[in-house]
Design a protein around this ligand. Structure first.
Ligand code: CMP
Length: 143
C-alpha cells in the first residue's frame, strides 16, 4: 500500500493546526502510520530541500523550516500521494482552492502550513530521511 510523507510546518504548529490537519487525513480515510513532533536540524533541512538549493529562496526556506517544531507524519492509503497533494492545494496559497488546507489556512508561499511528497520517489526519499530510525507502525485499521 502506498505511503507518503506529510509535514505540518512551523507556522501550522504555531497556529494550532496540527489537530485540524490530522483530522482531515483521518476523515478522508487514510491511515496514520508514523508521527512525531520535532525540531529539524539544519543539515536535514538542507537535504530535504536539496532540489531547491540553487533557488533564490533556499536560505529563507531552510531558516523557516528550522525556526520551530514541525509535525512529521507518514500516511498510508490508496493513491495517498496524489490525493494528499489535492487535499493540500497549490503551493502558493493565493492560487490554492478554498476547501484545501493551504487555501483555507495559508497566506504566503513561504509560510504555507504543510508539505507533502510530490511523487513516489520523493515519498520514499523523505520518509527515509525523517523516519530512518524507525517510528512507522504496521497495524490493521477497520474503518
Ligand atoms: P514545499 O511543498 O514545502 O516545497 C518547497 C517549498 O518552497 C514550498 O513548499 C514553498 O513553501 C517554498 N517556496 C516556493 N517558492 C518560494 C518562494 N518564492 N519564496 C519562499 N519560499 C518558497
Amino acid at each position: 500500500m502506498e505511503r507518503t510523507f506529510i509535514m505540518v510546518k512551523p507556522d501550522g504548529v504555531q497556529r494550532n493546526l496540527v489537530g485540524e490537519i490530522v483530522s482531515r487525513f483521518e476523515q478522508k480515510g487514510f491511515k496514520l502510520v508514523g508521527a512525531k513532533l520535532m525540531q529539524i536540524p539544519n543539515e536535514l533541512a538542507e537535504e530535504h530541500y536539496g532540489e531547491h538549493k540553487d533557488k533564490p529562496f533556499f536560505g529563507e526556506l531552510t531558516s523557516f523550516i528550522t525556526s520551530g517544531p514541525v509535525f512529521a507524519m507518514v500516511w498510508e492509503g490508496e493513491n495517498v500521494i496524489t490525493t494528499a497533494r489535492k487535499m493540500m492545494g497549490a503551493t502558493n496559497p493565493a492560487e490554492s482552492d478554498i476547501g484545501t488546507i493551504r487555501g483555507d489556512y495559508g497566506l504566503t508561499v513561504g509560510k504555507n502550513v504543510i508539505h507533502g511528497s510530490d511523487s513516489p520517489e520523493s515519498a520514499e526519499r523523505e520518509i527515509g530521511l525523517f523516519f530512518s530510525e524507525g517510528g512507522q507502525v504496521d497495524y490493521t485499521k477497520d474503518a
